[in-house]
Design a protein around this ligand. Structure first.
Ligand code: SF4
Length: 197
């Protein structure tokens, strides 16, 4: 059976899609079935109603945060994230989306206003210090347009009042991590250096 909801530590994760506009070389989907003992490859993407139906039976007070993450890019399911996020906020949950920040390119418009009231935190993968380096490791279907778009997305998210975090993996060369940090410092956005697992 497909896993739409899974728990890791004190967080509840939602897995809405396996699709992504990137093919990152470090993606956890490469050669893995899921996280922990959960298989996250989906035979069928869940509807908004299916996910909310499962959440109805979940004690959200047991979780510090609910995270749209999964095995793919959650904002490819923008409408579902917005609707489920609003439902979760209505139940008092803190909601985060882990994203590659390319949603504006996907939809051809600025989408962040659609997430106001549904999402508290946007954790955006920065992954590199330049468009060329990003494309070399992330292989976006948008080519080198992806990187400036994700940076614009992050700046806009901060301006619109979302808690905004950029992230890189610790396998990136130290000088690139420092260049990412400098960009983040200049824009007042925290950088998280996450361990590659
Ligand atoms: S953006 Fe995330 S889900 Fe998509 S390929 Fe990269 S690591 Fe995997």
């Amino acid at each position: 059976m497909d896993t739409y909801l899974y728990r890791l530590g004190d967080k509840l994760y939602l897995n809405l899609t396996n699709r992504c506009t990137n093919a990152c070389e470090f993606c956890i989907r490469n050669g893995r079935e899921g996280m922990g003992d959960q298989t996250l490859w989906l035979e069928k993407e869940p509807s908004t109603e299916q996910v909310i139906g499962q959440l109805e039976h979940t004690d959200l007070s047991a979780f510090e945060e609910v995270v749209f993450c999964g095995f793919g890019e959650p904002l490819l399911r923008l409408d579902a994230v917005a609707a489920i996020g609003r439902y979760l906020k209505g139940r008092g949950a803190s909601v985060r989306v882990n994203t590659n920040g390319q949603a504006d390119l996907v939809y051809g418009r600025e989408v962040l206003d659609e997430l106001v009231g549904a999402v508290d935190t946007l954790s955006i993968s920065m992954n590199a210090a330049s468009a060329g380096e990003y494309q070399k490791i992330c292989h976006s279907e948008f080519g080198e347009a992806a990187y400036p778009a994700l940076l614009r997305f992050a700046v806009s998210a901060k301006e619109k009042g979302f808690r905004t975090v950029l992230s890189v993996v610790d396998t990136l060369p130290a000088e690139q991590i420092e260049a990412c940090r400098a960009w983040c410092d200049a824009h007042g956005i925290p950088l998280r250096v996450r361990r590659y697992e």
